[in-house]
Design a protein around this ligand. Structure first.
Ligand code: DGT
Ligand code: CA
Ligand code: CA
Length: 580
């Protein structure tokens, strides 16, 4: 495990802060602060020094005791003193220290005088005017505390991509109508299709930056203007989402787009390549000395450092720069590559529309097959199907398929995986289906080992085809359950099963990094809508965004196959019946 000097410095600073809050001897506190500084400013890696057997006491301000602590942190990432101090104080104390202007002395005073343990309590006390009454705290400080807490609480709030989109689209349209504006483009995490968006970054190409800025800050939905300058401004919309605007000259839009699309890590990697070529890269262009050699288009910027254009979804510094250099970028999957959808519900359970309406909407979305996968009996809340009701639906689908043109319904189920890994419906009825999607909807808190074993056992079932929403997370509501996805993916490979990338905006599950893991193991991913109404096939677009972030190509995705190609792939699990 690499431990950087900065990590050691941060640990020492936190120790110093916590000691000071506890009223510890000032000399001891200062010793830790000095140590934090000298380790932080050291030109060489302390971990390397240790591995080469060098004496740490050569570092200014480091004696026997601190040298031992450095050894401990370099080996384990933390030290017993720090952990003991953290336990002795409420966890929120560390958080209070993060507020600008609140050093250890003031945090200690707040903690002692008002017994404040959390940011919310601090906010409450400030709004009641109780802070200004404390010695050393005035009205100004109180106001400042309220503002910083608001900013902090807001900053930690991220918006789901689909929600951010609802606010972004009308704003982009509004800006496009501003006279003199040549282009309006969303950048940042929004353009990279991250599952959540912290703030929205918007780029405008215009000659007259003042007018564009004025219109932006006067947009109807703006609640607060945080900053309003010549070329950059920031606002908070009524929904609480921050929007950063940059106005650039049209000849710089490519460079600005690269810069503000990020990610930061990707940008750093690009700049390093530019430096190696004696070039300077920033948001205005790429320069050799005073001469501008690129910047009007993104392609020109990438080309100037010997790269082909990189799709925004890949810009996370996860190998894309190297791949763009050697010509090995993937040809990412596109929405139009999907031929079908393998996860949807109707009003027979918790969906809203009939079989026929779902089929027609899927066809309207350009799909040629749709698997109907209702919940099973265990999920009483969703009115899950038992054997009798599922048999009835199977017959209905057969009748409907005989009438429908241009779309085929597949008979399926989203069967509950029970706590012991068995499936919630008997083999006799599962045998009549085209596809069995299995999912966990209960016992989320099993240990990692038991949760993993549960899913592996389910996959041993000869009819099991696809593991739905494999981590179980609901963004902003429920954490993923603890499961070893690497093991699950390997099992899927040996059993001929598949993993779902559920495109529902609250799920987006698999994560992007899991898609890469599945691809590496050669396990196909099924990008599904989990539509509960005829209006929800649009979920597939978010699934595609996430899949692209996970480097998936058309061939990596199960439901890019035609129905004729799909059927044998689904049947394969039946043949590979020997347990592993
Ligand atoms: P978010 O808003 O948290 O979802 O994530 P981003 O990626 O949209 O980040 P944001 O809004 O802070 O910045 C937008 C882009 O601007 C970011 O992806 C890269 C660029 N950027 C921001 N700060 C820096 C920086 O300090 N250095 C470099 N190279 N680029 C930066
Ligand atoms: Ca952003
Ligand atoms: Ca931003």
């Amino acid at each position: 495990m690499p431990v950087h000097n900065a990590d050691i410095g941060a640990a020492f600073t936190e120790i110093a802060d916590l000691l000071e809050i506890q009223g510890e001897n000032p000399f001891r506190v200062r010793a830790y602060r000095n140590a934090a500084r000298s380790v932080g400013e050291l030109g060489r890696s302390v971990q390397t020094m240790i591995s080469q057997g060098e004496d740490l006491k050569g570092i200014p301000g480091i004696g026997d005791d601190l040298a031992a602590k450095i050894q401990e942190i370099a080996a384990s990432g933390t030290c017993t003193l720090l952990q003991r101090l953290r336990k002795a104080l409420p966890p929120a104390v560390t958080e209070l220290l993060q507020i600008p202007g609140l050093g250890p002395k003031r945090v200690r005073a707040l903690h002692e005088a008002l017994d404040i343990q959390t940011l919310e309590e601090l906010d409450h006390a400030a709004r009641q005017g109780r802070i200004r009454l404390l010695p050393g705290f005035g009205e100004k400080t109180e106001e400042h505390i309220i503002e910083s807490i608001e900013a902090r609480l807001n900053k930690s709030r991220r918006f789901r991509l689909a929600v951010a989109e609802q606010y972004a689209e009308p704003l982009l349209e509004y800006l496009r109508a501003v006279p003199g504006v040549e282009a309006v483009l969303a950048a940042g995490s929004f353009r990279r299709m991250r599952d959540t968006v912290g703030d929205l970054d918007v780029l405008v190409a215009a000659r007259d930056s003042a007018e564009a800025t004025r219109r932006f800050t006067h947009y109807d939905e703006v609640k607060t203007v945080l900053a309003s300058g010549e070329t950059r401004s920031s606002v908070v919309l009524r929904c609480g989402m921050q929007v950063d605007l940059r106005v650039v000259a049209p000849e710089s839009i490519g460079a600005a787009l690269v810069y503000f699309t990020g990610s930061k890590a990707h940008n750093i990697a690009l700049r390093r390549m530019a430096q190696a070529r004696g070039l300077k890269m920033n948001e205005y262009g790429v320069f050799r000395g005073a001469q501008r050699i690129a910047g009007e288009t993104e392609e020109s910027v990438y080309q100037s450092v010997g790269l082909v254009w990189v799709p925004p979804e890949l810009r996370e510094d996860r190998g894309e720069v190297e791949a763009a250099h050697t010509g090995h970028l993937p040809t990412l999957i596109e929405l139009g590559d999907l031929r079908g959808d393998l996860h949807a519900h109707t009003k027979a359970t918790d969906g809203h529309d009939s079989l026929r309406d779902m089929a027609l909407a899927a066809r309207q979305s350009g799909l040629s097959y749709l698997a109907i996968t209702e919940h099973s009996q265990q999920l009483a809340m969703a009115h899950g199907l038992d054997t009798v009701r599922l048999a009835k639906q199977i017959d209905e689908i057969d009748r409907l398929n005989a009438q429908l043109e241009g779309i085929t319904l597949l008979k399926g189920i989203e069967v509950d995986i029970l706590e012991d890994g068995s499936l919630d419906l008997p083999d006799s009825i599962l045998a009549r289906l085209d596809i069995v999607v299995g999912a966990i909807h209960s016992h989320f808190d099993l240990s990692r080992a038991r949760q993993t074993e549960r899913v592996l056992r389910a996959m041993d079932h000869p009819y099991f085809s696809i593991l739905a929403h494999p981590t179980g997370r609901l963004m902003g509501e429920r954490e993923p359950y603890d499961i070893d996805l690497q093991q699950v993916i390997r099992k899927a490979r040996t059993r001929g099963c598949y993993l779902e990338l559920n495109g529902h905006p609250e799920r987006l599950d698999l994560l992007d990094t899991h898609c890469q893991m599945a691809k590496a193991e050669g396990v196909l991913v099924s990008i599904n809508s989990d539509a509960h109404s005829r209006l929800e096939f649009g979920n597939l677009r978010y699934g595609i965004g996430q899949a692209r972030r996970g480097w998936l190509e058309k061939a990596d995705v199960l439901n890019t196959r035609s129905l004729a190609e799909l059927r044998p792939l689904l049947a394969r699990t039946l043949c590979a019946a020997e347990p592993t």
